[in-house]
Design a protein around this ligand. Sequence first.
Ligand SMILES: Nc1ncnc2c1ncn2[C@@H]1O[C@H](COP(=O)(O)OP(=O)(O)OP(=O)(O)O)[C@@H](O)[C@H]1O
Length: 439
Amino acid sequence: MIGSHVWVEDPDDAWLDGEVIEINGEEIKVKCTAKTVVAKTSSSYPKDPEFPECGVDDMTKLAYLHEPGVLQNLKCRYDANEIYVMQKYKGAALGELSPHPFAVADSAYRQMINEGISQAILVSGESGAGKTESTKMLMRYLAYMGGRVSNAEERSVEQKVLESNPVLEAFGNAKTVRNNNSSRFGKFVEIQFDQRGRISGAAIRTYLLERSRVCQVSDPERNYHCFYMLCSARKEDVEKYKLGNPRTFHYLNQSNCIELDALNDSEEYIATRRAMDVVGISEEEQDAIFRVVAAILHLGNVEFSKGQETDASEPKNDKSRFHLKTAAELFICEWKTSNMPLLFRCDEKSLEESLCKRVFVTRDETITKALDPNAAALSRDALAKIVYSKLFDWLVEKINVAIGQDKESKFLIGVLDIYGFESFKTNRCLTGCHLPACL
Ligand SMILES: Nc1ncnc2c1ncn2[C@@H]1O[C@H](COP(=O)(O)OP(=O)(O)OP(=O)(O)O)[C@@H](O)[C@H]1O
């Protein structure tokens, strides 16, 4: 309608607002402050002429909840220096101040103290919505309320949990369509408190790691960050694990997306090793972890062809034999001085047999059945997935030791950072979308 206020897209300023002065079929002429533009009706959005100068503190109060409206609100609030301080939220009733994770955390903390009941906060939303960032804010507030640091040397629980993040992210995060650093696992962070409401420990419980990603990646996504980091590691590590260009590995080259503009894999490798040092993972343990990561990549490059017997299979060629042999060598964890679990004790022959044959144990006998090339490839992928998820579980346990759990804690506040769902045209059921990916 002529005279109405709208937002139109602009290549320089993202969005421009102005008044419609002319309509020609599917096109409108809009008079903006600095210029007059012609835009398609379908790509313009209505603008609220009564939008308050300082914006609104709750996005749900916006008359139009679309991209230019949200951006305008954020800009106004930024210009007005509307910042959130924890002190302000301490003791304020929910709804009294602007909505914020601090308000939710405060309410949970006070209910825990007043009613003596443990609390849980569920952080949910689409992938990339900001759940992990919100979880960090919730933890920061809970650490502030139940602060226990007795001297400057001691690190707070929040600090310890945050320090472990790079390790979890290296092994549990990946690039997806919506988020370059998407958590592909659910995380329940328990902040544990004593009788007086002071923090006594913390623990991270993880669940539903998306195992299928280890062997299957679709364009334009990536596998878990750690694989690319290791391929871009310092030269001696790349040579030690017989790695090289990530494009030469089947588990990585199914997608064309290998490098990310915003992420330098070789710097991330160094940062991850540093974070491992901080959470108390020794040099030998770090070596064992990366041996397993490299072994999985080599395993993925083992292809199978028909064997001599009917329905049997064997490694396809010398290249496959090389990767099988390297995977077997890397899987061997000979070092016994630490309590790192012995993942495998295998040689090339036994690894080949475990992939190309299936053993059935009945009450009376043990039957060995040869597998055809397709079934052997499925066995290979199943092995890669189970090894990776066991490695991830082991890392989480190690991190929990470093953070310091209080098994005797009186109460806890759990923050559940459920892993992000993608919004499809047809969303049949959340569980239905998630579970198959985790198997
Ligand atoms: N409060 C915030 N302040 C600044 N940046 C933010 C904030 N929330 C989210 N972001 C940005 O959005 C990106 C995605 O956020 P985050 O990783 O928290 O999403 P998520 O909901 O946990 O996604 P997923 O479910 O895919 O793991 C972050 O890397 C960050 O760049």
